[in-house]
Design a protein around this ligand. Structure first.
Ligand SMILES: Cc1ncc(COP(=O)(O)O)c(C=O)c1O
Length: 435
């Protein structure tokens, strides 16, 4: 493969800084990775270095880079017809919608397609408000829901809320963050506190009626915070009493990521009224999908339209991705390989006192980095060093959490046991060099 010389790479970086908004910050400070190509679990930079990719473009490359089956079907469609808009009907959109309706839990049935998770969440909030006739929305403090105005308003983490103007009808309640629960509270008492906070919020900052309660079952950008197993069962009766619908954001957790089930929320045994998907649903093609029960979808009356929603090429990519996930039983693989990965992380936690917690489900695993000898004080500096060190060992992993102190590890769903062992060996060597 032809490699870019150092001067070209330096020039690319210089022009990146000149022509791209500075808020779009790549990893690795002054040495960002400039991508040359990628295949299956691996990615190469322009200097020819090969990396095992355990972050998959932020949990988006779900079945491996340039997966042959997905790529072939996407290219085939690209040559047939690329774009028509929803003014005409394309059969792939109908096929995909039907498939999603069959595969998602409960009574979810009608889809609205867009191009991103942010738009999927916008659509969900719109639908909930039009269906219920209420405006207030409740969500969680460590939530991340996108970068549109509604997305940022739904996001509970201050660092991702830009511009200063937000939807004042979106309110954030206490997060069931078990690792950082107030001292002395076990999981059950934390849930009591969350219930109490929700009830107080409903009476203090809403008129008692809400359009929706929205949450991710595992908070992605929040640092893979797994919500306690009884959380939704405790919260949802109160939400329904306030006439709100339950919107589940499956942008990170969807399509087998959490192991065993296709949707993360299925582990909690509750049924959402609206669900949103994006990221891993089309293995890298831009997609957003909002699925709702028929009566909620039918309540969205009037004109609304997304130019690229239902684009035939994206629909082909999504159908190919989902069929690949089904054919290879990847939710099961995610459970098996995720358990292996988690064992490694638990072992590493025993060896390094800066690892406060290992957590996650399936192939969505994380470690939280803290300053040893303190009361779980977050260590964002060390977290960054760990990410950098892993790269030196040929491993790409992610970062997250409100305090920037969570290492996020999310390999492709068809990762092999051999790749998990290899990745974890690299990670162990990187941590051993941390001092
Ligand atoms: C849970 C969740 N919801 C929504 C979004 C927004 O998706 P997008 O970046 O495609 O707009 C993200 C993005 O990271 C996400 O993690």
């Amino acid at each position: 493969m032809e490699q870019m010389n150092l001067n070209d790479a330096t020039e690319t970086l210089r022009q990146y800084k000149e022509y791209i908004f500075p808020s779009v910050i790549p990893f690795y400070d002054d040495h960002p990775l400039i991508v040359a190509r990628a295949k299956n679990g691996y990615l190469w930079d322009v200097q020819g270095n090969r990396y095992l990719d355990f972050f998959g473009g932020v949990l988006t490359v779900s079945v491996g880079h340039c997966n042959d089956e997905v790529t072939d079907r996407t290219v085939e469609q690209l040559k047939k017809v690329q774009h028509t808009s929803t003014l005409y009907i394309n059969e792939l959109m109908v096929r995909l919608a039907r498939k999603i309706a069959v595969l998602t839990p409960g009574r979810l049935k009608k889809c609205f397609f867009t191009s991103s998770g942010s738009e999927a969440n916008e659509t969900a909030i719109l639908a909930a408000r039009m269906y219920t006739g209420h405006t207030d929305v409740i969500t969680l403090r460590h939530a991340y829901a996108g970068r549109t105005m509604t997305g940022m308003s739904l996001t509970g983490q201050g660092s991702w809320r830009l511009g200063g103007v937000f939807d004042g009808h979106i309110k954030h309640v206490r997060n069931p963050y078990t690792y950082r629960a107030p001292a002395g509270l076990d999981e059950e008492k934390l849930l009591d506190l969350c219930v109490q906070d929700l009830e107080e919020s409903l009476s203090a900052i809403t008129n008692g009626k809400i359009a929706a309660f929205m949450a991710e079952s595992i908070q992605g950008v929040g640092g893979f915070i797994v919500l306690p197993k009884d959380y939704f069962k405790r919260i949802l009766p109160i939400v329904r009493e306030a006439e709100g619908v339950f919107i589940c954001d499956e942008v990170q957790t969807g399509w087998g990521r959490t192991g065993t089930h296709l949707c993360g929320i299925e582990h909690w045994g509750v049924e959402p009224d609206i669900m949103t998907f994006a990221k891993g649903m089309a293995n890298g093609s831009p997609i957003g999908c909002t699925i709702a029960t028929p009566e909620i979808a039918d309540a969205v009356k009037g004109l609304t339209f997304a130019t690229f929603g239902g684009n035939p090429v994206t629909m082909a990519a999504a159908l190919a991705t989902i069929e690949y996930i089904e054919k290879h039983n990847l939710p099961e693989n995610a459970a098996i390989q995720g358990a292996l990965l988690r064992n490694y992380l638990e072992d590493l936690k025993k060896q390094h006192d800066f690892i406060g917690e290992a957590r996650g489900m399936g192939l969505m695993q994380a470690i939280e980095i803290v300053e040893p000898g303190t009361d779980k004080r977050p260590d964002a500096t060390r977290t960054k060093e760990i990410i950098n060190k892993a790269r030196e060992h040929g491993l790409l992993i992610g970062k997250g959490g409100l305090y920037g102190n969570v290492v996020r590890i999310a390999p492709h769903l068809n990762v092999t046991g051999k790749e998990i062992h290899d990745g974890c060996d690299r990670f162990a060597r990187a941590l051993a060099e941390m001092g």
